[in-house]
Design a protein. Structure first.
Length: 360
């Protein structure tokens, strides 16, 4: 995993510093779990800091747990939870650093290297990350019983509502950019001007649909990790459907179908439903290559091919094409997918979480 400057800077400072609740790691009780507040409080406590030196500069702006003695008592009461590697010992140089690295967005080998204690029952990065994600307060949690903030990033032509604990995203599925797949008399028509010398316009043209995506308001891992179907598996911020890495009807590789993708990496299928299988270039060009691009049916976010200006490496992603880490929108680590330029492009071996439904 490539580390951004902010993460690396703070990690380098740490060696010189003298200075079963679902959200147990939210030490200052401000509704979020962050590296430079909660992570630092945990590490300082494990190093033996007490009194004002425990909390100086390490409390969130909305913290409701601020008294040093109260924080020390809370951490002592929760000590078993802070045994991150599960070896029945709480240690700053193992458990403390594991938590801090996780909150800074480390994943894979860079999360665990050199900081797992002897006798650990959680030793690989998947087990460690899976344990920690259960104890953080995340930005995917609804605000005051409403929608998670990320849904505010959907375009105005997309409707997002909350119904009985389910997020309902409705769209007509028509892209907000031009394409050679509009009929030539349509003002949104634009001849292909991309870089693929093998481009071949398919015979289908873009149609409107009444599309409804129903996704969990609070996404959660599904231990069964159901495979993604052909057809819509998610929705982009502009209301366009997201498809998986296969071409229909028999889960064929995209090898030849890619040649029909327009200059923004989309195309319509036989009934005219426009969709993306790979990076939606219009969105990343206008919002950024590390931007929030949409959600899959399991409610987990999809981000661009970069993290803080650095390309996402394939070995930093799990078999579902995601990982746990901070994003451009969140200083707390959350599970999210990334698009990349290599198969499986957006999603891998199935949904990470429990999938909702699509209807039209």
């Amino acid at each position: 995993m490539v580390l951004n400057v902010r993460r690396a800077f703070w990690l380098l400072l740490l060696p010189f510093a003298q200075v079963p609740d679902a959200a147990a790691f939210d030490v200052d009780d401000d509704g979020t779990t962050e590296a430079l507040t909660d992570g630092l409080l945990v590490l300082r406590h494990q190093f033996g800091f007490v009194g004002q030196t425990l909390v100086d500069g390490a409390l969130g702006s909305g913290a409701s747990r601020t008294d040093p003695a109260e924080i020390a008592m809370y951490l002592a009461d929760q000590s078993e939870t802070f045994d991150i590697d599960g070896n029945n010992t709480v240690d700053a140089l193992t458990d403390g650093l594991l938590l801090l690295r996780y909150l800074f967005g480390f994943s894979g080998e860079s999360l665990r290297a050199g900081v797992v204690g002897q006798g650990a029952t959680r030793a690989n990065s998947d087990a460690l990350g899976g344990y920690m994600v259960e104890h953080v307060s995340t930005s995917d949690i609804p605000v005051d019983g409403g929608l998670p903030v990320k849904y505010e990033k959907f375009d105005s032509g997309v409707t997002v509502t909350l119904e009985d604990g389910v997020v309902v995203v409705t769209s007509n599925g028509v892209p907000n950019h031009k394409s050679p797949y509009f009929i030539t008399s349509d003002e949104r028509y634009e001849a292909y001007d991309g870089n693929n010398q093998q481009f071949n316009l398919n015979p289908n043209r873009i149609n409107e649909f009444d599309m409804e995506f129903r996704v969990p308001v609070v996404p959660a891992e599904d231990p069964n990790h159901e495979p993604t179907p052909l057809g819509p598996i998610g929705v982009a911020v502009n209301g366009v459907a997201i498809y998986n890495q296969y071409a229909g009807p028999n889960n064929r590789p995209l090898t030849f179908e890619i040649d029909s993708f327009d200059q923004y990496n989309g195309h319509p299928q036989q009934t005219g439903m426009y969709h993306y299988h790979i990076e939606p270039l219009w969105i990343t060009a206008n919002r950024g290559r590390d931007a929030f691009l949409g959600v899959l049916l399991d409610g987990f976010s999809v981000y661009g091919p970069e993290d803080f200006g650095a390309d996402v490496e394939e070995d930093a992603l799990d078999e579902f094409h995601g990982h746990v880490g901070i994003t451009i929108d969140s200083t707390q680590a959350i599970y999210h997918y990334h698009v990349t330029d290599k198969d499986p492009y957006i999603n891998g071996s199935g949904f990470y979480g429990t999938a909702g439904t699509f209807a039209q």
